[in-house]
Design a binder for this molecule. Structure first.
Ligand code: ATP
Length: 358
């Protein structure tokens, strides 16, 4: 399927400049790592060839992207594709080998240790798969830990910790210890701890991978709810496409350290750039992800144009009933302009399966 008229990207037209800008970012592990990005010849090699020739692993190669304010940006890929290394490079938990990372316009790679500590304390927060809670401290004191390190007074940090503990649904558990909580609740403590310092960006490194599927779904809902409530910019790593589609405004798909495709869920499902992405999205129910802009057709002279109207961003699933129950084709309209037509045939082609009708 080819992209229909220009699909607006989430960041297009955003009034604010990006929170994070990544340009030509590299992380190479091994001897003389810096010589790899500097050599056009070595840059061309596959990861395997590179290891054989130089003993170096290019964990992240030539990565570019921007994250808009308030966006949930997901990095996805198979194990070893470089997701963790990439995200750790953004806060310099891993030192990048080459390239540029701007945070709110500031060059992160040029920061000294003091400034980095300040950024990590005030601007960034991380949530990891392993919660890293302090076992001898209560929930409230775990949540308040970062604030304590930051020098906030006891009364003030307990007030703030109480606020975010309530925000993540743990009211009543303030005095419990981590070993008295289920995995999902422990991860809520992790979330509260990350939110306590009111950071600008939350980084999540596969935070829910170790949780049971049902708890995991709860936690995904929790992140969506928190995102609506606090509106933070989030960078989220996962290897699970359904999680990526559920949470991400945009998704960057990585393979062998390289970015393969970056786009909204419907862009990845509607127009995968290669077989790797196509394989990833094969199982996705297309009617849950594609919007009417992807399935509408051009208006024909014999079309009745007095049918119902829907917007181009309506998800197919949400439009099925309206289209099938109308004896007139549905007009896809934006700002009063007729963009196309969706009739029973277009709906059935999507619902019947990925290869039908395309
Ligand atoms: N400290 C290190 N030293 C050498 N190689 C490393 C190091 N850290 C990561 N790598 C290599 O870099 C590549 C990318 O690893 P990374 O952990 O970033 O991938 P990932 O997509 O996050 O994988 P996973 O989902 O399994 O965590 C892998 O080949 C890994 O072996």
């Amino acid at each position: 399927m080819t992209a229909p008229e220009a699909v607006p990207s989430t960041t297009a037209g955003a009034p604010d400049s990006p929170v994070i800008s990544v340009r030509n970012l590299w992380k190479v592990f091994g001897p003389k790592a810096a010589s790899i990005p500097a050599s056009p010849e070595l840059c061309e090699l596959s990861r395997r060839e590179l290891v054989e020739r130089t003993g170096c692993t290019a964990a992240v190669r030539e990565v570019d992207f921007d994250v808009a304010p308030g966006e949930v940006f997901v990095v996805m890929g198979l194990s070893g594709s470089g997701k963790s290394t990439l995200v750790r490079c953004l806060t310099r938990l891993v030192e990048p080998t080459a390239g540029q990372v701007l945070f709110e316009g500031e060059d992160i790679l040029a920061c000294d240790e003091k400034r980095l500590r300040e950024l990590r304390r005030r601007k960034f927060s991380m949530v990891f798969q392993h919660f890293g809670l302090l076992p001898h401290r209560s929930v409230l004191d775990n949540v308040a830990y970062g604030l304590e390190i930051g020098g906030m007074s006891r009364a003030e940090r307990r007030r703030r910790a109480g606020e975010v503990t309530e925000l993540v649904g743990l009211s009543g558990y303030e005095n419990h210890h981590p070993d008295q909580l289920s995995g999902g609740m422990q991860q809520r403590v992790g979330l509260a701890r990350a939110l306590a310092g009111d950071p600008d960006v939350l980084f999540f490194d596969e935070p829910f991978s170790a949780l049971d599927p049902l708890i995991r779904r709860d936690m995904q809902e929790e992140v969506i709810r928190l995102h609506h409530e606090v509106g933070k910019t989030m960078v989220f790593i996962t290897h699970d496409l359904s999680e990526a589609l559920k949470l991400g405004d945009r998704i960057l798909i990585m393979r062998d350290g390289r970015p393969v495709q970056c786009g909204t869920g419907d862009e990845l499902v509607g127009a995968p750039v290669d077989d790797y992405v196509r394989d990833f999205v094969r199982e996705v129910p297309r009617s849950h992800v594609l919007t009417l802009r992807w399935i509408m057709r051009e208006v024909r002279p014999d079309d009745a144009l007095d049918g119902p109207e829907l917007g181009p961003d309506v998800v197919v699933r949400e439009a099925i009933r309206a289209v099938l129950s109308s004896d007139r084709p549905v007009k896809v309209v934006r700002d009063g302009q007729l963009l196309g037509i969706v009739d029973d045939a277009e709906i059935l082609a999507v619902v019947a399966g990925p290869d039908e009708g395309h």
